[in-house]
Ligand binder design. Structure first.
Ligand code: ZN
Length: 350
C-alpha cells in the first residue's frame, strides 16, 4: 500500500467509533402504512378522504422527505429491522373503488410512488368499483400491487356457534377464490391480505401464517422488528383520522417495542377487556398514555416487580369493533405506537 492510499491512524479510529455507534445505537426508523378507501368528495365521509386532504397528505410526506416504498418489500425490510435511520411509508387502498383510479392513482403515479390496492374480488365491476380491465391496466403501472381483500368481503372470524370445520371451509374459500381470481385476471397475486373490516382472530392469523401471507388490519401503529406478520397495523386515513394536525406524529411513529405476537387475541371474552403489557426496561410507565375508543384517555395500572402495565377501560363498549391505543415518547421526539383491536361478536355485523 502506498503512502498516499493508506488511511491515517486517526481516520481508522474514527471509522471504528462510527461502526461501534451503528451497532450500539437503536434503530430510529420503521414502516408506516396508510390505509384509504375512497378518495373523493362525493362518497360517504366515514370511509372517504377528500381530494384536497389527500393532496395535502401527499405534500406533507414529500415535505418531510419520507421514502414511499412498495408494501411487500417495505414490510419485509421493516420486520427484519433493515430500515436503520430511514423512516418509510407505504400507501394502501381497500375495496378497489373507482375514485382510487380516477383521483388517487394519477397523483401517486406522477410522483412515482408505489401503492397497493386490496380487492374484494366479487365486487369487481359493480357500480362504484373498478372492473378487471381497469385493474389490469393499473397493475401494469410501475410500483402498483393488486392484492387480496377476500372474495366476499365477509366477516371472516369464526362466529359464535360456528363449527371449526365449517368456519375453516368458509374462510379458506373466500381467501382462495380471491387469490385465484387475481391470478387468473392479472397473472399475479402477491402474498398480502387485508382483513375485511380489519377483523381478525388468532385462528384466522394461523390460516394466513400457514399460507405464508402477510395480514394487514385497520388498527394504527408502525411496522418494525417487534411486529407480527399476520396482525400488521395501518393508519386509517379517512377524513376524521387523516387530518394534517396529527399526521406528522403518525408518519414518524415507531413500532411499539413489545412483541406483537404476545398481544391478546382481540375476540372479546369480557367487556371491557384487559390488555397487559410487559414494558421493556427502556420504557417508563410514567410516560405511557393509553386511550380507548369513545372513552378518551384511560387509567393504567403498574406493577413494578413484573414491569407489567395493565389497561382496562372504565366502561363496557357497545360497538362491534373498538381499540385501545397506547403511546410512549421515543428518544427523538416521536412516539412508539401500539393499538390493540377488539371484536365483540355479540354486536351485529355491519
Ligand atoms: Zn374493505
Amino acid at each position: 500500500m502506498s503512502r498516499l492510499t493508506r488511511p491515517p491512524i486517526r481516520t481508522l479510529a474514527a471509522l471504528c467509533i462510527a461502526a461501534w455507534l451503528a451497532i450500539a445505537t437503536p434503530l430510529h426508523a420503521d414502516l408506516v402504512i396508510l390505509q384509504y378507501h375512497h378518495v373523493s368528495d362525493a362518497t360517504p365521509p366515514s370511509t372517504s378522504t377528500s381530494r384536497s386532504l389527500f393532496q395535502a397528505q401527499l405534500d406533507l410526506i414529500a415535505a418531510q422527505r419520507l421514502e414511499v416504498v412498495a408494501l411487500d418489500e417495505g414490510t419485509r425490510a421493516a420486520i427484519r429491522g433493515d430500515l436503520t435511520n430511514r423512516q418509510q411509508i407505504a400507501i394502501t387502498f381497500d375495496d378497489a373503488y373507482s375514485s382510487v383510479l380516477s383521483h388517487a392513482a394519477p397523483r401517486l403515479l406522477e410522483r412515482g410512488w408505489p401503492f397497493t390496492v386490496f380487492v374484494n374480488t366479487d365486487a369487481v365491476g359493480r357500480q362504484g368499483y373498478m372492473n378487471w380491465q381497469q385493474l389490469t391496466e393499473l397493475a401494469a403501472k410501475p410500483g402498483v400491487l393488486i392484492a387480496n381483500h377476500s372474495a366476499d368481503h365477509g366477516h371472516l372470524v369464526r362466529r359464535p356457534g360456528e363449527a371449526h370445520a365449517d368456519w375453516r371451509r368458509r374462510a379458506s374459500n373466500s381467501l382462495d377464490r380471491a387469490q385465484n381470481a387475481l391470478q387468473r385476471h392479472l397473472g399475479d397475486a402477491p402474498p398480502l391480505f387485508a382483513y375485511p373490516y380489519g377483523e381478525f382472530s388468532a385462528e384466522l392469523e394461523q390460516l394466513l401464517e400457514g399460507r405464508g401471507w402477510f395480514g394487514f388490519g385497520q388498527h394504527s401503529g408502525a411496522v418494525g422488528p417487534t411486529s407480527a406478520a399476520t396482525r400488521l397495523p395501518r393508519f386509517p386515513m379517512a377524513n376524521t383520522y387523516g387530518q394534517l394536525a396529527t399526521l406528522g406524529d403518525k408518519l414518524h411513529s415507531r413500532a411499539f417495542p413489545v412483541e406483537a405476537a404476545s398481544l391478546p387475541d382481540g375476540v372479546l371474552e369480557q367487556n371491557p377487556p384487559t390488555l397487559t403489557l410487559q414494558l421493556p426496561g427502556a420504557l417508563s410507565h410514567h410516560h405511557m398514555s393509553c386511550f380507548a375508543s369513545g372513552q378518551g384517555r384511560i387509567e393504567t395500572r403498574w406493577d413494578e416487580q413484573s414491569r407489567q402495565l395493565t389497561v382496562t377501560a372504565p366502561q363496557p363498549f357497545h360497538s362491534r369493533r373498538f381499540r385501545y391505543n397506547c403511546t410512549h415518547p421515543t428518544e427523538n421526539g416521536h412516539y412508539f405506537w401500539l393499538s390493540q383491536p377488539w371484536l365483540d361478536q355479540a354486536q351485529a355485523p355491519d
